[in-house]
Ligand binder design. Structure first.
Ligand code: IPD
Ligand code: CA
Ligand code: CA
Length: 266
């Protein structure tokens, strides 16, 4: 790798904060006429599209021969050594309903390995970030996953299934089990923030199915850099493109994995 990841990270954080300001400003002006439906419970606004266009142009300028995997498909070049994986607004449903929890998620892959990840929680200006080989940070402070060992002491976060209902029943069984055996289960509405909060120890674990690479690339990477684990529901490494993800502090994985296996009959 020929690039200075530290310097690149600083530039990416700067760019994401600029785009974050734009997104925050537009939220107050948003009307129902600005909301388009891409499918069942899948929305997009001109702000998602404009934010993505800005990110693609500015990140492309930082690394001229890079490709992109982006939610709103402004560009798509997946055959490059460097590939940016971008969700311009993770948490669009929150965004259009005037809720404050949404994020910008940016990861960079080099030869199919993630080397940089940034999740900017826009409203509170909390920037979670890391580069390969380095620690994970929340703004300037180093972060670590939680040290709690038992599910009984944990707070878990998830995403409710709302498109692919095929596994809804299994998901409900798991949900009930976790409600009965943890401090509680939360649903924030932005997978990137869910993962970032696991990375800094606010949650012990996050699970969801039906996710896309732009939802999880940056956050999943940051969890790992903060000392946690990320896998699919079978404990394998296929979490980026595999459409299911379990992330946690690694200390209650066996217990969680067993429950998931049992409820999803893997
Ligand atoms: C969604 C959010 C949500 C998760 C969905 C994602 P979007 O992304 O991450 O938390 O449950 O699966 O699609 O559509 O707001 O970018
Ligand atoms: Ca998303
Ligand atoms: Ca999005």
């Amino acid at each position: 790798m020929q690039i200075d990841l530290n310097a690149l990270r600083d530039d990416v954080i700067k760019i994401s904060r600029e785009v974050g300001k734009f997104i925050k400003h537009e939220q107050s002006r948003l009307g129902t006429q600005n909301i388009e439906s891409k499918g069942k419970n899948d929305f997009v606004t001109y702000v998602d599209k404009a934010a993505e266009t800005l990110l693609v142009s500015e990140l492309g300028a930082l690394l001229p021969d890079s490709g992109f995997i982006t939610e709103e498909n402004t560009v798509s070049q997946e055959d490059k050594e460097y590939i940016w994986i971008i969700d311009p607004i993770d948490g669009t449903t929150n965004f259009i309903h005037g809720l404050p929890l949404f994020s910008i998620s940016i990861a960079l892959m080099f030869k199919k390995e993630i080397v940089l990840g940034i999740v900017l929680e826009v409203t509170n200006d909390e920037c979670f970030h890391s580069i390969l080989g380095g620690p994970a940070y929340l703004n300037e402070k180093e972060i670590f996953v939680s040290k709690k060992k038992h599910l009984a002491d944990s707070l878990i976060v998830t995403g409710f299934p709302y498109r692919d209902e095929g596994r809804l029943e299994a998901w409900m069984h798991l949900f009930i089990h976790l409600l009965q055996n943890t401090h509680g289960v939360r649903r924030l509405g932005s997978a990137a923030i869910d993962l970032a909060y696991v990375a800094c120890g606010r949650f012990e674990a996050f699970y969801e199915y039906g996710l896309s690479p732009w939802d999880v690339a940056a956050g999943g990477f940051i969890v790992k850099q903060a000392g946690g684990t990320v896998s699919d529901f079978s404990g394998k490494d296929n979490w980026l493109f595999g459409k299911e993800l379990l992330a946690g502090n690694g200390l209650m994985n066996a217990e969680l994995m067993l429950t998931i296996e049992e409820k999803f009959k893997l």
